[in-house]
Design a protein around this ligand. Structure first.
Ligand SMILES: [Zn+2]
Length: 302
């Protein structure tokens, strides 16, 4: 426990912060952000200056596509409209590229993709369906930390998701859930400060997570200080930065609204699982970036 705290402090000697970045290493089973950031492995990042997402065309039985789109677009805009400490916008632009008929969480190593946002109305296919609100699965290059694909699932099966500004006392504010998951989409892990949108708990009846804490913005800007720079692990670049790729919001290998049939078996293992796993190619690993857990007894103050 002490070692983890010390590592975190050593890796960022200039300022104390509460945001944490997702790394290529899966979190240990007993990990808690209260002990500091988990910093083993390589930091994740999107290399391109521009990234896109697609909402599954069916949205949810209870939330029509247009409503879902408004809320999801607003949630991404909250991050994009943040101002870094230098007054400039974060160096990444994420846009809606249009609806996706495909609702599968996967990355195709040799065919078209989509960074899909999909509602799970009927069954939550993971552990803990009653306390989990969302899950973002990120596929990345395990040798660099570059994110190749991110897919977001929203648990609409057992949850009383709310889409109004006044959140019912027992309601779960969809925009708060999405805003939190967007942080994972961008490469952030759970924060150590309860005031952060990236803190892992959500108190029902609250819309507080819609608004970013300064620490959430600091985390985004720490990865994407400007549109031409990505801050990476020292093992990836001796300067700690690499040059971003010029703006192209298309997913890797192009966008398709339809599910693509892989040409080879190389991404046989691109399935959601609770720990990172290695694909057959040896360079791409799949990790679960984050689960937003609802804890009724844990008050969240701002
Ligand atoms: Zn989370």
């Amino acid at each position: 426990m002490l070692a983890a705290v010390a590592l975190c402090t050593l890796s960022v000697p200039t300022a104390a912060h509460a945001y944490c970045r997702t790394t290529t290493q899966p979190l240990p089973a007993n990990y808690s952000p209260n002990r500091g950031c988990f910093t083993q492995g390589l930091y994740l990042f999107w290399r391109n200056a521009c990234v896109s997402y697609s909402i599954n065309h069916g949205a949810s039985r209870n939330i029509p596509y247009d409503e879902a789109k408004r809320i999801i677009d607003d949630s991404f805009a909250t991050w994009m409209n943040a101002a870094c400490a230098d007054g400039n916008a974060p160096g990444i632009s994420v846009s809606n590229i249009g609806p996706s008929k495909c609702g599968e969480v996967r990355y195709n190593a040799d065919s078209t993709n989509q960074n899909v946002i999909v509602f799970r109305d009927d069954v939550w296919p993971y552990d803990d369906p009653y306390s989990t609100l969302g899950l973002t699965t990120v596929t990345f290059n395990a040798e660099t930390g570059e994110i190749y694909d991110a897919d977001m699932e929203i648990n609409s099966s057992a949850r009383n998701l709310s889409i109004t500004d006044q959140v019912p006392a027992k309601g779960f504010d969809l925009q708060s859930v999405i805003t939190h998951e967007v942080g994972h989409f961008l490469g952030l892990a759970h924060a150590t400060d309860v005031r952060s949108t990236m803190f892992a708990s959500y108190k029902p009846g609250s819309a507080a997570l819609r608004t970013l804490a300064p620490d959430d913005v600091a985390g985004l800007c720490a990865i994407y200080p400007n549109e031409s720079t990505r801050v990476v692990s020292d093992q990836v670049s001796s300067t700690g930065t690499i040059v971003a790729a010029l703006c192209d919001p298309s997913p890797r290998h192009g966008f398709s609204a339809e599910c693509s049939t892989p040409k080879s078996e190389n991404n046989c293992c691109a399935m959601p699982m609770p720990t990172a796993s290695w694909a057959a190619s040896g360079t791409v690993a799949l990790g679960l970036a984050g689960v937003l857990v609802a804890r009724r007894r844990r008050a969240r103050t701002r």
